[in-house]
Design a protein around this ligand. Structure first.
Ligand code: HEM
Length: 150
């Protein structure tokens, strides 16, 4: 498995003309930052192609623009304003999916054979959608909808 999947690029909007690495960047240009490459820098990440989420427990990596090793939401003035909402939603959604279901590959597919190839572009998708089969892991009555008075 792969450790980092940056789904979207980040942009810089220089307010002055600057020269970087021999390139003249005129004021007002939109510069796309290849955050995908930044998040895969072997000089920065240990075992970078391993799926090892616990790396983020071992080391404090800020993902809201303060740590340039991981720029999922960009950084600076044009950072994603929905970052905290997105982090809360993804955490809650993943938590529910894992709490309620056991997930397995379709019958006959070994986990090692799942194709994790990405399809690069402005937004990164999986080249082939991953198929996963959920089975209930809690007593059935816990999945019933509870009416709520609003
Ligand atoms: C996991 C989910 C999300 C990711 C990975 C993400 C990522 C990003 C990135 C990389 C940018 C560009 C930052 C830059 O140019 O440097 C951006 C911009 C933006 N995002 Fe998100 N975002 C997410 C969810 C959301 C949500 C939930 C909202 C709103 C409710 C949101 C609203 C925006 C807006 C309005 C901008 C444009 C900000 C600007 O250009 O000033 N995003 N986002």
């Amino acid at each position: 498995g792969v450790g980092f999947r940056e789904p979207t690029p980040s942009t810089l909007h220089p307010s002055l003309s600057v020269k970087i690495g021999g390139y003249e960047i005129p004021k007002g240009s939109i510069v796309y930052v290849n955050v995908w490459a930044v998040a895969r820098d072997p000089a920065v990440w240990k075992d970078l192609l391993e799926f090892r989420p616990e790396r983020f427990l071992e080391e404090d990596v800020d993902m809201k623009g303060h740590d340039y090793r991981l720029l999922s939401f960009g950084a600076g003035r044009r950072i994603c304003p929905g970052a905290q909402l997105a982090i809360n939603l993804v955490t809650s959604m993943l938590g529910h999916l894992l709490h309620h279901f056991t997930w397995s590959p379709p019958a006959g597919v070994n986990p090692e054979d799942i194709d994790l190839t990405e399809s690069p572009g402005t937004v990164t998708y999986m080249k082939n959608p991953i198929q996963a089969i959920p089975t209930l892991r809690l007593p059935a009555h816990l999945y019933e909808r509870v009416p709520v008075d609003m």
